[in-house]
Design a protein around this ligand. Structure first.
Ligand code: GRF
Length: 204
């Protein structure tokens, strides 16, 4: 009998708390997402996402992004591609990764890099989108899972979830309500993508 094919390998990149990583790992553990997290990579050595990955027994890898402040390029970018390939990653999942992705990684994983953003894109791209939404006065915001391209939060949309803005919301309360939806939306979007089949080059 042929052995069961391994579930598709995700490589997660994050700079912060890693609550979306946890939601993805929980969906896998609960059988709602047929995938495996092959590695977690961070540009921040003491990021909680790395600690969470270690606790889950997942390879937790730090890549020094120097000399760049806001982008992933040069030696660090090459190292990330090398690590993703070494772990046979098929889909790159950005989860709170605070750097702009440049051509090296984009072309190594063309059409296979996704991100989650805390607004209904194309509204409020960039930093702290929940603060932008509050300042603008919108009554509905949300989260968006999208493909990553060379722009900032501009790639093709995969899935969105709406979140109401309440009259007494603070930036913190609104961000928390958006994150609840992110934790549902990200695993669901990944499951949908994988069910539809990744580009052929993706299966290594
Ligand atoms: C999320 O709000 C996500 O939309 C944004 O960064 C945050 C990451 O949170 N891109 P966490 O590290 O997954 O908790």
């Amino acid at each position: 009998m042929n052995p069961q094919p391994k579930p598709p390998a995700l490589g997660i990149l994050g700079s912060g708390r890693g609550s979306n990583f946890e939601a993805i790992a929980a969906a896998i553990a609960a059988g709602r997402l047929d995938a495996r997290v092959a590695c977690v990579i961070s540009d921040v050595p003491d990021a909680l996402i790395l600690e969470r990955a270690r606790r889950a027994g997942i390879p937790a890898l730090h890549v020094d992004p120097a000399p760049f402040k806001t982008k992933l390029e040069g030696a660090a970018e090459m190292r990330v591609v090398e690590l993703l390939r070494a772990h046979a990653v098929e889909l790159v999942v950005l989860a709170g990764f605070m750097r702009i992705i440049k051509t090296g990684l984009l072309s190594a994983y063309a059409g296979r890099i996704i991100n989650i953003h805390p607004s209904l894109l194309p509204a409020f791209p960039g930093l702290e989108a929940w603060r932008q939404a509050l300042a603008y006065g919108v009554q509905v915001t949300g989260c968006t899972v999208h493909f990553v391209d060379a722009g900032v939060d501009t790639g093709r949309i995969i899935l969105q979830r709406a979140v109401p803005v309440l009259p007494d919301d603070t930036p913190e309360s609104l961000h928390a309500r958006i994150q609840e939806q992110e934790h549902q939306a990200y695993p669901a979007a990944i499951a949908r993508l994988l069910a539809g089949g990744l580009p052929a080059a993706c299966r290594q």
